[in-house]
Design a protein around this ligand. Structure first.
Ligand SMILES: [Ca+2]
Length: 544
């Protein structure tokens, strides 16, 4: 073959390579692998790749026009990675990584939390992150929720006979999935993420604080919403809350808690100076349910039976041993509205309904109604999971952020004061333990806490809870978007102070804004102007 035609063939083959999605090597250098370009070819080339010890990619698909994941429509270009990690022989941790093409990537990584006993990834928050330009990940926490279980995402049948899966669920799945995802991000774009964040609420808040305390190098910034951080004790308390209704269904009904809630609000709404359907600081409210005890002549539905008063007091007080030793915090006044949904019914208590029989005691016949708070509390907390690790060791976060602070990490916590599921006092308890150790000034350099008046579990309720925490922010600036504020704190060393929260009405239209103040400050009405406008409030620390 003459020399000239050989050259022509060479050129024509290389001119086809971009069409085939293959990178063209630069002159005099070794061929560059597809890996690293952040495009369709580098995505697809990752199928089957091992990304770390016992971590591998099952599928890697690039969808220019987006794709469907379950019921979630991804309507932007995405490289969707489905991976698995097997840190123990009994582990099977599923995770997904969604990455925008390099042209749309903001250079950062953001992992998403989950809820309940979640054995599923969290496509909603992943989509929010993806659309903001993040490479994002979530994990199934090492198990798949049984679709036939009557208690759905709260079920824990998967734990029976699988103690390693209990550890995966408590903290290991998120850590190994994060390690794997960071490597995947690096391989796909050819460079590592400049920052790594974690955003979670509820179980996600639990995992957020697990990460901050156990794996302080994993994330540069963390948002922990309504954290179930003292999980094992909280589960005992959940059996305490549901016990009254399990023994006597009339003790906690939709009607009884609705009446109680109305009377609490009537007594305490105005303490903060504004009658707006929201109690700014429930610690100032001491409404006694016994004042509603039925007397002769009371109309039906306008008073509480002794069993209903006792059930309410049990929830306000929190679980205790018979000698008065507290096991967990009680619930604030104003959190009653949804008690019956959670603490009554056929399978009350959320994850606690299964936790003791399938996880802690490994005895499917254990019945929460028989939980003995004197004997079973220590038996549960000290039960061995694997080796020397107890249930308390595995599930409860140790409130120590020394290493996270040394890493330069920033942590934002938030909790709805009207949370019916995880008491808002639990977040205050964690915060106080950090302040006791670090002092107020140093704590403020890496931890901010926002208590949300009138907000239920993570989201919902009459308060102004929309600020980018659970759900996308309405405005993309650090005063309205907690994730943006975290990013500014980490990248520009500018700490958040106060947020503007928004309330949406039933038509999803904003009808109220209000400052969300850094604890211990609270929103205080200036005394004039529209109470639905944040401009008429200041943040101030109340006198003690
Ligand atoms: Ca009020």
């Amino acid at each position: 073959m003459p020399r000239i035609s050989r050259l022509k063939t060479f050129v024509s083959v290389f001119s086809l390579l971009p069409v085939l999605g293959i990178a063209i090597p630069a002159a005099h250098t070794a061929p560059t692998p597809a890996k690293g370009a952040g495009d369709a070819a580098s995505c697809r080339a990752m199928t089957g790749r091992t990304v770390g010890p016992d971590m591998r990619i099952l599928t890697a698909e690039y969808a220019e026009d987006g794709t469907m994941v379950g019921n979630t429509r991804i309507d932007v270009p995405v490289c969707r990675i489905v991976g698995v990690a097997n840190p123990t022989a009994d582990s099977r941790i599923g995770f997904e990584v969604w990455m925008p093409p390099a042209t749309a990537w903001n250079g950062k990584f953001r992992a998403e939390g989950s809820g309940g006993s979640a054995g599923a990834i969290s496509p909603g928050p992943m989509l929010t992150a993806l659309k903001s330009g993040y490479a994002t990940m979530s994990t199934d926490n090492g198990h798949i929720t049984d679709p036939d279980a009557p208690n759905g995402g709260a079920e824990q049948r998967w734990a029976l006979g699988h103690p390693e899966k209990m550890i995966d669920f408590a903290y290991r799945a998120l850590h190994v999935s994060t390690v794997a995802a960071k490597q995947i991000v690096r391989d796909f774009y050819g460079k590592k993420a400049s920052q790594s964040y974690f955003v979670g609420c509820s179980q996600g808040g639990h995992h957020a604080l697990m990460e901050a305390t156990r794996f302080p190098e994993d994330f540069d910034g963390i948002i922990a919403g309504a954290p179930a951080w003292h999980w094992a004790n909280q589960m005992i308390n959940a059996t305490w809350n549901s016990r009254a209704a399990l023994l006597d269904p009339s003790a906690l009904t939709e009607d009884s808690v609705a009446l109680l809630h109305r009377r609490v609000m009537a007594a305490c709404d105005a303490i903060d100076g504004v009658k707006d359907g929201v109690i700014e600081d429930p610690r100032q409210c001491h409404f006694d349910p016994a004042t509603l005890t039925c007397k002769e002549g009371d109309a039906a539905g306008e008073c509480l039976t002794p069993a209903q008063v006792a059930a309410a007091n049990a929830i306000y007080d929190g679980a205790k041993k018979s000698d008065g030793t507290p096991i967990f915090v009680g619930y604030p006044r104003g959190s009653e509205a949804q008690w019956a949904k959670l603490w009554a019914g056929a399978a009350p208590g959320g994850s606690a309904f299964d936790f003791f029989r399938y996880s802690v005691f490994q005895n499917k016949d254990f019945d929460n109604t028989n939980f003995d708070y004197d004997k079973d509390t220590n038996r549960a907390l000290s039960a061995k999971v694997v080796g020397r690790e107890t249930v308390a060791d595995v599930y409860n976060v140790k409130p120590d952020l020394t290493a996270f602070n040394r890493h330069g990490g920033k942590l934002i916590m938030y909790h709805g004061w009207a949370d019916q599921q995880i008491s808002a006092f639990a977040a205050l308890d964690f915060y106080r333990q950090i302040v006791a150790k670090e002092g107020q000034a140093r704590t403020a350099s890496f931890l901010k806490l926002y208590m949300l008046p009138g907000i239920f579990h993570c989201t919902g309720g009459p308060g102004t809870g929309n600020f980018g925490a659970a759900g996308a922010a309405l405005q993309d600036d650090p005063q309205h978007d907690i994730v943006k504020a975290l990013d500014v704190w980490v990248t520009q060393k500018k700490a958040p102070v106060n947020f503007i929260g928004t309330r949406l009405n039933q038509s999803k239209v904003a009808d109220r804004t209000r400052p969300i103040c850094a604890f211990p400050a609270q929103a205080k009405y200036k005394g004039r102007g529209d109470i639905n406008d944040a401009a008429n409030f200041t943040c101030a620390v109340p006198p003690t």
